[in-house]
Design a binder for this molecule. Sequence first.
Ligand SMILES: NC(=O)c1ccc[n+]([C@@H]2O[C@H](COP(=O)([O-])OP(=O)(O)OC[C@H]3O[C@@H](n4cnc5c(N)ncnc54)[C@H](OP(=O)(O)O)[C@@H]3O)[C@@H](O)[C@H]2O)c1
Length: 272
Amino acid sequence: MKIGFLGFGEVASNISKWLKDSGLEIYTSLENRSQRTQDLVEKSGVNICENNKSLANISDILISALTPDEAINVAREIGKYSKGVYVDINNISPETAQKALEYIENGRTADAAIMGGIKKEGKKVQIIASGSHAEQFSQLNQYGMNIKVTSPHLGQSKALKMLRSAYTKGVSALIFESLYSAYKLDLDEELLECLKITEGPDFMKSALSRVISSAYHARRRAEEMDEVLSFISNYNDPIMSKATMECFKNISKTVNQDIMAENYKDVFKSHK
Ligand SMILES: NC(=O)c1ccc[n+]([C@@H]2O[C@H](COP(=O)([O-])OP(=O)(O)OC[C@H]3O[C@@H](n4cnc5c(N)ncnc54)[C@H](OP(=O)(O)O)[C@@H]3O)[C@@H](O)[C@H]2O)c1
């Protein structure tokens, strides 16, 4: 079976390694790609097609793992050449995924969402898939992936990802805000100890990691919350998600995002 990747960044380079190690043939294209992508492809030792169209033509499963704002453009570019099952795994809303997948003329599509960080969690990271051809995509579980099919209806995996983001980013924003106020009062360590009693022994480690990563990824998270907001506003008045987005926007203006801090107190020192 031939697996193609449109885009070859962190996601494609990791997944392709698992699949290649299990004996599958992996393909991508380097047309107009950056030095970083060329280096990742060279290191991975995968096969190279002349362009995205020829890649689409030979792939049994074609996975779109691009910068999110390219998802529609690339689907439009290869839409009539895709012969196999086309899977969009990008962080995009259900509406955007729908628009992208409408370009795939053979109609053999699925949408998927990675529920975590691919580098951090490795092979065990859960990938939720939906759409008419999600079951075919989940055949890759035989080759080391962890794909769970939720629904034959397109967009359900992206919806789940949006809702998960609303929750996880909301919790991170709340921890950041309350712990920062405690830090100003010199009560941060006391607060963490108090919370540990109700939230459990693992709370401290995860709370501090959330503070540091919230600061480092603040700009990206504010942008992602913008997508979440517009998604939730289809169903609900997104009061909490709005506040979460504002919180990340605010953090992005004050905290230096060039270097990931090692200690939450270093993050708070630069925050006003
Ligand atoms: N990394 C994660 O753990 C994770 C988790 C959940 C979801 N996601 C989602 O998965 C997708 C991929 O993430 P990533 O971390 O792999 O991103 P990434 O490291 O930024 O890689 C994106 C890749 O897409 C390529 N690309 C951009 N425009 C293209 C085009 N027109 N044709 C072909 N390739 C193109 C980029 O090439 P250039 O270098 O030339 O620009 C790069 O190789 C994103 O939508 C992301 O939000 C990632």
